[in-house]
Design a protein around this ligand. Structure first.
Ligand SMILES: Nc1ncnc2c1ncn2[C@@H]1O[C@H](COP(=O)(O)OP(=O)(O)O)[C@@H](O)[C@H]1O
Ligand SMILES: [Mg+2]
Length: 246
């Protein structure tokens, strides 16, 4: 299955969720390929501990500069997760047709393909969603981001791609109580069915920055495991929000 992680807005947590979900699916025994579609702003290589050791990227595969397999890097921090880094230059981004062809070829070797989408709804977005069987739309708990999620959701619907919502950076006790929208308002604005939430958690940003796995007992890791289970068709209750504090 090919899943695209998108949001409209930058900084909503697309790369964080692509990486976390890939790890959670790998823990479920899947072989996962992560394609970094954010040309010019690659993140997944760092988040998955590959860092500067990547030589080839998505553009090399598509330009025939290397065998496809040579642009696929196994994550040293998570067995069964493999990453194709994003092109270094924006203009090296593949076309939608290239992406469809690439995913068709790689689908033979991986159980799950996750595509990390760039911000916006331009060319990079169109390429990232081209091969997707389904989409995860990420929003933070604010109305501007939720409205962008709604716009993206409509575009996906027009393309016939089923999508579900992830609310990221959720705080059980917002600093400005009563003045911030609650999860239900965010979901209503985005107009999508919720597949999961992810708490605001310093451990998430630290794990991202240093390319380290999240401690498996952290609430964020539990949330990722739940999202992976739901994506695989299981019914799992939402983790109680107030417990996410610790
Ligand atoms: N749930 C979270 N808790 C804490 N920090 C987060 C969380 N989600 C994302 N971040 C941080 O926010 C920043 C943007 O996230 P990122 O996944 O790169 O967004 P995007 O890919 O949508 O631009 C990163 O520094 C990341 O570590
Ligand atoms: Mg990103």
């Amino acid at each position: 299955m090919v899943t695209v992680v998108t949001s409209g807005k930058g900084g909503a947590g697309k790369s964080t969720i692509s990486a976390g979900l890939a790890r959670a699916l790998a823990h479920r025994g899947k072989r996962v390929l992560l394609i970094d579609g954010d040309a010019g702003l690659r993140s997944l290589d760092v988040m998955l501990g590959i860092g500067g050791s990547a030589v080839h990227d998505l553009s090399d595969v598509l330009n025939g500069n290397c065998q496809p397999v040579h642009a696929v890097y196994p994550s040293p921090i998570c067995p069964n997760v493999f990453v194709i880094p994003a092109p270094v230059e924006l203009e090296q981004m593949p076309t939608p047709d290239d992406m469809v062809e690439l995913c068709r070829n790689f689908a033979e070797y991986y159980d799950e393909i996750i595509i990390d989408c760039p911000a916006g709804i331009g060319r990079g977005f169109l390429t990232a969603v081209a091969a997707a069987d389904n989409a995860l739309v990420v929003t933070t708990p604010d109305m501007v981001c939720a409205r962008d999620a709604q716009i993206v959701a409509r575009l996906l619907e027009e393309k016939g791609i089923p999508s579900r919502l992830i609310v990221n950076r959720l705080r059980p006790h917002p600093i400005i109580k009563g003045k911030m929208p609650d999860v239900d308002e965010v979901i209503d604005t985005a107009g999508l069915q919720l597949i999961g939430v992810l708490p605001e958690d310093e451990m998430v940003s630290v794990a991202n920055a240093y390319g380290k796995p999240l401690p498996s007992e952290s609430y964020a890791a539990v949330c990722f495991a739940n999202i992976a289970a739901r994506l695989s068709g299981e019914t799992v209750a939402l983790a109680p929000l107030k417990k996410m504090q610790s």
